[in-house]
Ligand binder design. Structure first.
Ligand code: NAD
Length: 260
């Protein structure tokens, strides 16, 4: 069994991951960390089961000593604290909106341990990234716009997935492309080579992304709809299992899913 730790255990993603690990015959939940009033509570409280005997702890260097792989779906400050508390465990990072400093610290940690990082752990979005790169290449004159929608509690904007889709579109283009965020004011005609991201927030939407490639008299819309968080949870657990026996390095979901 692979010994898993979950950081951000009391969050929307964290509680689902805890639940899956508790019900799994292949994964064993060795540690759960969060902050504030969750500290000291039994993880069973998160998932409505009886007492499990495993307590939610703060992130410390001892917290994950029993774990092979730690899965992080917290907030950027939580990932920042975690990265300095680990000592060789595999790491799966799902948290988005990370600062350059935390991203750099993850890259340094990946010299000593396997790390899988992805803005989106669903198989569908990772396949879509390749589709967007190819479509952008095959339709060099089409204008590209990206629209994303998420629930009203999401903190970072635009979503990490929208940024990844813009990066994929940019990679398909030969000339320079400029990624912008929304539009406001009397800006005049849309410049060629612009890739604009528009973020919508509301309700309990798990995640919707549409990439428009608009030309004269036609447009292609490549879309992904997450109907629940199950696709992210399952993908993160596949990534955790995959990285448990990998060499140190910084990997993406394209490595895990063999999409390269
Ligand atoms: P959430 O707000 O429900 O949960 C975050 C949890 O992290 C909370 O329980 C919070 O208390 C905890 N936390 C915050 N700071 C902490 C710290 N310093 N130490 C320990 N715990 C800390 O958020 P969520 O909806 O579960 O999303 C979490 C993150 O995952 C967000 O960045 C979100 O954008 C991202 N996300 C990524 C994917 C993906 O596929 N990569 C999918 C869904 C969400």
């Amino acid at each position: 069994m692979i010994r898993i730790g979950v950081n951000g255990a009391a969050g929307r993603m964290g509680a689902l991951l805890v639940n899956k690990c508790i019900g799994s015959t292949e994964l064993w939940l060795g540690a759960a960390t969060d902050r504030g009033s969750w500290i000291g509570k039994d993880v069973g409280r998160l998932v409505g089961t009886d007492s499990t005997g495993l307590t939610i702890n703060p992130v410390t260097s001892q917290a994950y000593s029993e774990c092979q792989v730690v899965i992080d779906f917290s907030l950027p400050e939580g990932t920042g604290e975690l990265i300095h508390a680990l000592s060789g465990q595999g790491l799966v990072v799902g948290t988005t909106g990370l600062s350059a400093e935390v991203t750099d610290a993850i890259a340094v940690y990946a010299r000593t341990a396997p790390v899988v990082m992805a803005a989106n752990f669903s198989t569908g979005v990772n396949v879509m990234l390749g589709m967007v790169r190819n479509a952008a290449k095959m339709l060099p004159d089409h204008d590209i716009e990206i629209v994303e929608m998420h629930h009203n509690q999401k903190r970072d904007s635009p979503s990490g997935t929208a940024l990844a889709l813009a990066k994929a579109a940019k990679a398909g283009r030969i000339g320079a492309s400029q990624v912008i965020h929304g539009r406001s004011g009397h800006l005049g005609a849309r410049p060629k080579g612009e890739i604009a991201i528009h973020a919508i927030r509301g309700g309990d939407v798990a995640g919707e992304h549409t990439v428009y490639l608009a030309g004269d008299g036609e447009r292609i819309m490549l879309g992904h709809l997450a109907t629940s968080r199950a696709a992210f949870v399952n993908g993160a657990l596949v990534a955790a299992t995959w990285c448990a026996d990998k060499e140190p390095g910084l990997y993406g979901m394209d490595d895990v899913l063999d999409l390269k």
